[in-house]
Design a protein around this ligand. Structure first.
Ligand code: ADP
Ligand code: ASP
Ligand code: MG
Length: 416
């Protein structure tokens, strides 16, 4: 007997029919003698719908109220799933984040989990109940409901698994694992049987939304065995087969995915680039430009500063497209007033494409192969950034899919 956490995403919970299938699958695991905690997302489209409603009333919704609203999608899901389990003869109980409680900081819309109390859950499990906890939401010290950022139910699930010292966290989704790239963009993408924790961390942070980055961080920090697998298979398929399907995140340092140099390609469509032209090239300039941006809670990604000409230089950086307007507002105030730069220009039609692989540590020439492939497709590289196991480029958004396909082929990632 083991304690296992199941997470079901929006598509998996997308209709009452699908919820009944989830219940059958969960009941199968429970029948096999396991203690099961389930962390579902809102039904697909629901979180978008709620955010849309908020924006109809308030274009930049108040973050606290937005969390109050957006968190309700998950509350619907847990109650429906609990009913579906009870209907097939299981004892089940659902909880909102604050009832557990799942404690977070007060950063509304992107809160971080600080602690999870396991007492109530353990008591229920001990009584043979299946426990269902809302994904995506928590409660801060002041008793306010918070949410963990888009895709945050993954993080809820892994954090719950860590708090309960679960044997495994199974992330059920609408694909049957982690692929070499998004299978919706490259149909030849291949499923990985295992992916190292480090690679998964890079893939998630660079835009592969199959797992929210913080869920991968939790998995790493608490060594939670985590597997991504399909919720769209027959819910009554043999448990052994299901337990070994999908993609396992591995924590072994030396083994990496089937010994390939590159494991995967990630992309992020929604980038924006900002250039501050003609800033004086002197100490403190990067701080003066980026300090106010950071103070406004806008995350900066790639950064370059050009060679200076006659004491002046251009400073370029990227932010998430959704934060472009905010970043521009901040810069227009701070830079113009204090730095006296010539002009601020921006481009919201850029995307980032990255190749990731721990094999890069021991192989040279990956960057040049990447740049050659893009040049053969006539794709201009606007910015480059690298780490030990990844190379990212910023390109015009209209070439993003072409770039991903070309690189997928060039690095031999296609199905055998
Ligand atoms: P859920 O609602 O279950 O959380 P998401 O939509 O958040 O599901 O994540 C699953 C989706 O992630 C897939 O449908 C797929 O399009 C996308 N995806 C992006 N990159 C990858 C990848 N490398 N491997 C698998 N899926 C990926
Ligand atoms: N429902 C939330 C979202 O759509 C959380 C999640 O699905 O993981 O972002
Ligand atoms: Mg998701």
């Amino acid at each position: 007997m083991a304690l296992i956490v199941h997470k079901y995403g929006g598509t998996s919970m997308g209709s009452t029919e699908r919820i009944k299938n989830v219940a059958k699958r969960v009941a199968k695991w429970h029948d096999a003698g396991h203690q099961i905690v389930v962390v579902p997302s809102a039904m697909s489209g629901e979180t978008n719908r709620l955010i849309g409603l908020a924006k109809e009333i308030m274009p930049q919704p108040d973050p606290r109220e937005l969390d109050m609203l957006a968190s309700t999608g998950e509350q619907v899901s847990v109650a429906l799933l609990s009913m579906a389990l009870q209907t097939i003869g299981k004892q089940a109980v659902s909880y909102a984040g604050w009832q557990v409680p799942v404690k977070t900081d007060s950063a509304f819309t992107k809160a971080r989990i600080q602690s999870i109390d396991d007492q109530r859950v353990r008591k229920d499990l001990g009584e043979g109940k299946i426990v269902i906890i809302t994904g995506f939401q928590g409660v801060d010290n002041g008793g306010n409901i918070t949410t963990l950022g888009r895709g945050g139910s993954d993080t809820s699930a892994v954090a719950v698994a860590a708090a309960l010292k679960a044997q495994e966290c199974l992330i059920y989704t609408d694909v049957d694992g982690v692929y070499t790239t998004d299978p919706r963009v490259v149909s030849e993408a291949r499923r990985l049987k295992t992916v190292t924790f480090e690679e998964m961390l890079e893939l998630a942070s660079l835009g592969s939304k199959v797992l929210q980055i913080r869920s991968v961080e939790f998995a790493g920090n608490y060594k939670v065995p985590t597997r991504v697998l399909s919720s769209l298979t027959d819910p009554l398929m043999p448990l052994e087969e299901e337990a070994n399907s999908g993609t396992l995140i591995s924590f072994e340092e030396d083994t990496h995915m089937e010994q390939a140099v590159i494991s995967g390609i990630a992309f992020n469509r929604d980038e924006a680039k900002i250039t501050v032209l003609g800033v004086p090239d002197k100490p403190g300039i990067a701080y003066q430009i980026l300090g106010p941006v950071a103070d406004a809670n806008v995350e900066v990604d790639m950064i370059i500063q050009n060679q200076s000409v006659e004491g002046k230089t251009d400073f370029t950086f990227t932010v998430a497209r959704g934060e472009y307007a905010k970043a521009m507002d901040v810069l227009n105030k701070s830079v113009r007033e204090h730095i006296g730069a010539g002009n601020i220009v921006g481009d919201t039609k850029v995307s980032k494409v990255s190749v990731v692989g721990v094999g890069m540590r021991s192989h040279v020439g990956i960057a040049s192969q990447m740049f050659r492939t893009l040049s053969e497709e006539g794709i201009n590289i606007q910015m480059i950034s690298t780490s030990e196991i990844k190379i990212s480029v910023l390109i015009d958004e209209k070439y993003m899919e072409l770039a991903v396909r070309a690189l997928h082929k060039a690095f031999d990632l296609e199905k055998a």
